[in-house]
Design a protein around this ligand. Structure first.
Ligand code: NDP
Length: 482
């Protein structure tokens, strides 16, 4: 099957859009187009929202167990086309094969997890309130919010969409999806999966286009009851303002500058491998990338040496090379942003221990070197700002109090990693870190059962787990005379 579908998906049908304008989707290795998608106008967005509004009464009236059947058929359709989806994702994003496969496995697991939650919802939908007030009797009803919109990023196409789609469909919401213009095809394929699953027309709609036009039209549309967004904090603030006009619900999963804190008793090999993985996975283009490395001063140089060795052993190449470990950045704007930070590092006189520039092995493609800076001042822009590339910055600390203070000294609060052999310390520190998910001595994995979302400017609300489902449900209490 051709999984590269160059269309919108509105009311159960593939759609060219009304503008006649399309934009190219660029392979970040060859810098040539792999396909084109139409630019949806505000009118196209309106048609998609109206389709979602029309489909809502029947979809929300189904039992959760009936919706779960459609959802499992959708995840089966994704699984059935993995052989075509994985190479498409590799070409679109420059990801290693294993990482592209993990995106789709993660999507399947997430949709199936929320199919289970949809079944459970049937028993939880209407529950009596446990109180004893003479003359009163109350029940609580969990009801779907209504038609909702998703505005999506390019770093984990389909996987991040499934974090929103799974709970929304389980709750009984209908959806309009705007993929990122940089890597839209995995998200567009969800239209094909919906067709294969026999999902009723209008339950899932997809509109392509630029954020400032298509995304803005979605965020402003009065027919939607929620916008769920993943992307930069800057765009999150714009969406929050647009959604404020008619007091829409919002879910914002935004940026991060997450710390990895390595104590003196740490297993240094483990610390080095987790520090490298935390910033090299997906070429560092992860909201939970642990780009700030805080190390006890007594082990800092030994750890830096190990990370330098791991960095220099990375195989930076096209995903066509099965041995490669790091691909290119996903787009020219992202390449310009990351190399721009490398220029700032030179201007600031940072201590670059390895990498620090465009990868010299390529004439084309958005390849950069895995990079480590040490002794980075707290005031450096590289310490403060989200880079979204394979760039690690190291600072030292003297004691636990200083480590926690430095870890929390940021506008963000998405994730954090602690490396220590002392379990009590790990618990104590985890309790004091401003982060939505704290990891101790493990990779920054995100299973669908756990919560995902940030403190401070890393976002509003939580995705995944029961919290993700709650994010698409309204709570209604009905009180009557007893
Ligand atoms: P954006 O936040 O700008 O884009 C994310 C999504 O929002 C895209 O679909 C984009 O559309 C859309 N969008 C942009 N502007 C608007 C708007 N005014 N109204 C509605 N939707 C809009 O991220 P970028 O792609 O520009 O990446 C920039 C930086 O953001 C990265 O370097 C990284 O730091 C951060 N980021 C964080 C992510 C995370 O996982 N938390 C994911 C991606 C980026 P369009 O298709 O036109 O881009």
């Amino acid at each position: 099957m051709n999984v590269l579908i160059e269309r919108n998906f509105i009311n159960g049908a593939w759609d060219e859009g009304s503008t006649g304008v399309s934009h190219a989707v660029i392979n970040p290795v060859t810098e040539t187009p792999i396909g084109h998608v139409p630019e949806a106008s505000a009118g196209d967005v309106d048609r998609a929202v109206l389709a979602a509004i029309d489909a809502f009464p029947a979809w929300s009236a189904l039992r959760g167990s009936e919706r779960a059947v459609y959802m499992r058929k959708m995840s089966a359709a994704i699984a059935a086309h993995m052989d075509d989806l994985v190479p498409m994702q590799m070409a679109s994003c420059g990801k290693p094969r294993a990482e592209a496969e993990a995106d789709f496995r993660g999507s399947i697991d997430c949709i199936n997890y929320f199919a289970d939650r949809a079944e459970e919802l049937d028993a939880r939908r209407v529950t009596p309130v446990d109180y004893d007030i003479p003359g009163y009797r109350s029940t609580t009803r969990l009801e779907p919010m209504g038609p909702v919109g998703f505005i999506l990023p390019w770093n984990f196409p389909m996987k991040i969409c499934s974090w929103k789609l799974g709970p929304a469909l389980a709750a009984g919401c209908t959806v309009v999806i705007k993929p990122s213009e940089i890597a839209p095809f995995a998200d567009i394929f969800l239209g094909a999966a919906a067709q294969e699953a026999g999902l009723p027309a209008g339950v899932l709609n997809i509109v392509n286009g630029r954020g400032a036009v298509t995304g803005q039209a979605l965020a402003e549309h009065p027919g939607l009851r929620k916008i769920s967004f993943t992307g930069s904090t800057k765009t999150g603030k714009t969406i929050m303002k647009a959604a404020a006009e008619d007091v829409k619900n919002i879910g914002l999963e935004l940026g991060g500058k997450s710390p990895i804190v390595v104590f003196e008793d740490a297993d240094l090999d483990l610390a080095a491998s987790l520090a490298a993985e935390g910033v090299f996975y997906n070429c560092g283009q992860c909201c939970n990338a642990t780009g700030r490395l805080l190390v006890h001063e007594n082990i800092a140089e030994a750890l830096a040496q190990k990370i330098i060795e791991i960095s220099q052993n990375q195989i930076v190449d096209s995903p066509d090379n099965p041995a490669m470990t790091i691909g290119p950045l996903a787009s020219k704007p992202q390449y310009d942003k990351v190399t721009g930070y490398m220029d700032i590092a030179r201007e600031e006189g940072l201590n670059c221990r390895t990498g620090g520039g465009r990868h010299p092995g390529f004439n084309t493609g958005y390849f950069v070197e895995p990079t480590l800076y040490t002794d980075v001042p707290k005031t450096s822009r590289l310490w403060q700002e989200e880079i979204f590339g394979p760039v690690l910055c190291l600072r030292t600390f003297k004691d636990e109090t200083e480590a926690i203070r430095e870890a929390n000294d940021t506008q963000y609060g998405l994730a954090a990693t602690i490396i220590t052999e002392d379990e009590e310390r790990a618990e104590r520190v985890a309790a004091q870190l401003d982060a939505g998910h704290v990891y101790t001595n493990v990779s920054v994995a995100i299973p669908p059962q756990t919560s995902w979302g940030g403190f401070k400017q890393s976002g509003i609300g939580r995705e995944l787990g029961p919290w993700g489902l709650a994010g698409f449900l309204e709570v209604k209490t009905v009180t009557a005379r007893r």
